[in-house]
Write a protein that binds this ligand. Sequence first.
Ligand SMILES: [Zn+2]
Length: 343
Amino acid sequence: MKAVRIHEHGGVDKLRYEEVEDPKLTEATDVIVQLKAAALNHIDIWNRRGLTGIEISLPHILGADGAGIVVEVGEQVNNVKRDDAVCLYPPTGCGRCDLCMTDRDFMCLHLRALGERLEGTYAEYVKLPAKNCFSIPPGLSFEEAAAFPLVFLTVWRMLVTNAEIKPGEHVLILGIGGGVASAALQVAKHMGTHVMVTSSSDEKLEMAKNWGADHGINYLKSDFAREVRALTGKRGVDVVVDSVGGESWAKSLASLTKGGRLVTCGATAGANPPTHIPRIFWNHLKIFGSTLGSREEFRQILNFMRTSQVRPIIDQLFPLKEVAQAHRRLEEGKQFGKIGLQI
Ligand SMILES: [Zn+2]
């Protein structure tokens, strides 16, 4: 098959489109999926550069998100069959620990995710556990079905499970444009909340408004915490989605109302910002950290897609062969929504 592999860590020049041996079924509980589309995530860039702290064996196929057709099933597989169109739940655990036994594989110490400890989706075929395959919600293209799993799973756990957003609440989303932030905007709007977004780009703020954002704040032009206070009559917002960290962290906490919730899944701008701890206890703030989510949460998202008609925002699609260009676009932060690969 054709696939994109890295033979060593580094820049986009390390992405090699080449002939690779087809995956073979070895476990009775696995399936092989012929991929029609994949999607990029920041984790792909960190894996390419070798910055995740997880050692991956080289050469390695990147890619955590994908969708396609089941072409081979192991003897014990009964949740999917040949020719089923499926989207992929990315993580899988050891299957034996307390966390895995209670649908929390995504917290397992021995977590394996597609494109990380498992061979990924930048390929014509991928092998994975059958229990990670789910029917594509009606009406979604393969490109859309590949674009939503990782970011919507992350966002669903943050906003719905952890922050428990309610209609009428105010939600602030930092760094609109990225995959997580744009999915957060879609989920938050469909839950009936009032949404503010930040960006350094006026163009992205305008696009966010077209996708339903109620206010856009250019954080280069004004202090977003102050702006949030002004927009909410000094009250602050109920929920902040901060996957940025760094200098934004203190402002995120300062943007929250009494009893507000901050959800975080990343720290791209810095992992050790100073925190004024009294602000947290005086204001009864709650901070939720998470990465990914459970199969049950994934099922909830599939149902949400079925009933809400929400579709992931696709920024741009590239042929698999042109993956280096796709990586460059993501690395430069030019996108609004998901960057996809057609296979
Ligand atoms: Zn486990």
